[in-house]
Design a protein around this ligand. Structure first.
Ligand code: ATP
Length: 431
């Protein structure tokens, strides 16, 4: 009898805009692993990578599964995984370039952990991934150009030891994919009422949109994000679907953790990455064509534009209330656009300090207590009632109340990135 081995399996880049999803390939691999007698350790991991990466298909995710199996079972596990990817991946699409990585042993090398952080926050090359795999003794398989080995390695390297969430994903029958999703809306509202905030981003309450169902032709019927696996499963039991569920899986994920965000000065921000930057509002928020709201912040002499785009709806109203001199921390990604300055696409904003806004007010008439009127340019004030006059110097400088308070504000669920941490997750939990 062979001894038990731990094997990490990483998968990525199996889908195209027309269909499939790497989470589905992962779910099929999980079921087949169970069928062939491998023991799955922990939940499979769903790792979201850099959301600003230009070559992603949709949500830039990769999957890692950790198994324990007897030595003699390892070759058939590897064979099954590669066969599943070959069978399910959209290989006819030029942009689908799957990668599979196998890493033996319990421990994740430190270097691999650092690589994962880089793929989540930055950009790496296929060569970098290949060299790392060779150095740490990971076996990799490239389909076509095999760009997927980047995500596959990164998924193995993110051990989810700090912040993490869960997502239960239910999949559709192949015959239903591409058709309208049939879900009982009321059941989703009820589920949200009973499980929020232990499940989150189920509904956008401002627009009434159901957020658990995607709008793409992928195999996903719905996904429920949750703080624990058992809440996810309970919520799944509350959602009524009017079409069969082919299979479902619970992933442990780095979703809703802000793992993509790096703290930075304005001078250090780079396109295709996400940052949190503290600065002073130096240009009043303005609405531009398309309903987007733009304002500018500065730190140490550098400036950068920040944008709340139209889909963020009411969040833009918060931004419009900012004033020059306010101190804010802005969270968001940067995707350069031709002929436009670098702009942080806001996911969240913390208003750290409000600057006082002063306004000149006419004085009150000392005789009849009514507010006086201007007596003409540079002529002081006059009371329309009793004709009392006061000189220009009696003008009152008053501090105006602000219509925004110090605190953190976020975009609504409909505009939220998979990695963005919702405010409801920032508050402490009582279990
Ligand atoms: P799915 O959600 O089904 O996995 P996707 O949106 O994740 O689709 P992919 O089809 O996986 O997109 O394409 C992303 C490709 O880019 C993968 O090959 C992945 O390895 C690679 N990749 C992801 N993040 C980075 C990054 N930060 N730097 C370089 N390459 C990356």
């Amino acid at each position: 009898m062979g001894k038990l081995q731990v094997l990490h399996i990483g998968l990525d880049d199996t889908d195209s805009k027309d269909g499939m999803c790497t989470t589905y390939v992962g779910a099929v691999v999980v079921d087949r692993l169970i069928d062939i007698g491998a023991k799955i350790i922990d939940y499979p991991h769903l790792i979201r990578l850099n959301p600003n990466w230009i070559l992603k298909t949709r949500g830039n995710c990769a999957i890692a599964i950790k198994v324990e199996a007897k030595d003699e079972l390892i070759p058939s596990i590897k064979k099954m995984v590669l066969k599943t990817v070959e069978q399910l991946a959209e290989l006819d699409h030029e942009t689908t370039n799957p990668g599979v990585v196998f890493l033996k042993g319990e421990n994740i090398p430190e270097e691999l952990g650092a690589f994962s952080r880089k793929v989540i926050q930055d950009i790496v090359t296929i060569d970098e991934a290949e060299e790392l795999a060779k150095r740490i003794g990971a076996e990799f398989f490239k389909f076509k150009i095999g760009r997927g080995i980047i995500g596959a390695l990164a998924a193995i390297g993110e051990e989810l030891e700090q912040d993490f969430t869960y997502e239960l994903i239910a999949y559709r029958l192949p015959s239903n994919r591409g058709k309208e999703r049939k879900i009982d809306r009321e059941s989703v509202f009820k589920m949200n009422e009973l499980t929020y905030p232990d499940t989150f981003d189920n509904i956008d309450l401002n627009t009434g949109e159901i957020r658990i169902t995607p709008h793409t032709p992928c195999p996903i019927l719905y996904g429920i994000r949750a703080e624990s696996s058992w809440i996810a499963e309970k919520a799944h039991g509350m959602v009524k679907a009017f079409e069969p569920i082919e299979r479902w899986v619970i992933y442990k994920a780095n979703q809703a953790t802000d793992e993509h965000i790096k703290s930075s000065k304005i001078s250090e921000v780079k396109p295709y990455r996400s940052f949190v930057v503290e600065g002073e509002v130096c240009d009043k928020p303005r609405i531009i064509v398309g309903g987007h709201v733009i304002f500018t912040i500065k730190d140490d002499g550098d400036k950068i534009d920040c944008a709340a785009y139209e889909p963020t709806r009411k969040f833009r109203e918060v931004i419009m209330k900012l004033a020059i001199g306010d101190i804010v921390k802005v969270y968001g990604g940067i995707k350069p656009k031709p002929n436009l300055p670098l702009t942080i696409n806001l996911e969240k904003i913390e208003v750290v300090k409000l600057s006082p806004i002063f306004k000149k007010l006419n004085p009150i008439c000392p005789l009849c207590r009514r507010r006086m009127k201007s007596a003409g340019k540079e002529k002081g004030f006059v009371c329309k009632n009793c004709k009392q006059k006061l000189p220009r110097e009696t003008v009152i400088i008053g501090e105006m109340p602000r219509s925004i308070t110090v605190g953190i504000y976020e975009v609504p669920p409909r505009a939220r990135r998979h990695l963005a941490k919702p405010l409801v997750r920032l508050s402490p939990r009582i279990w």
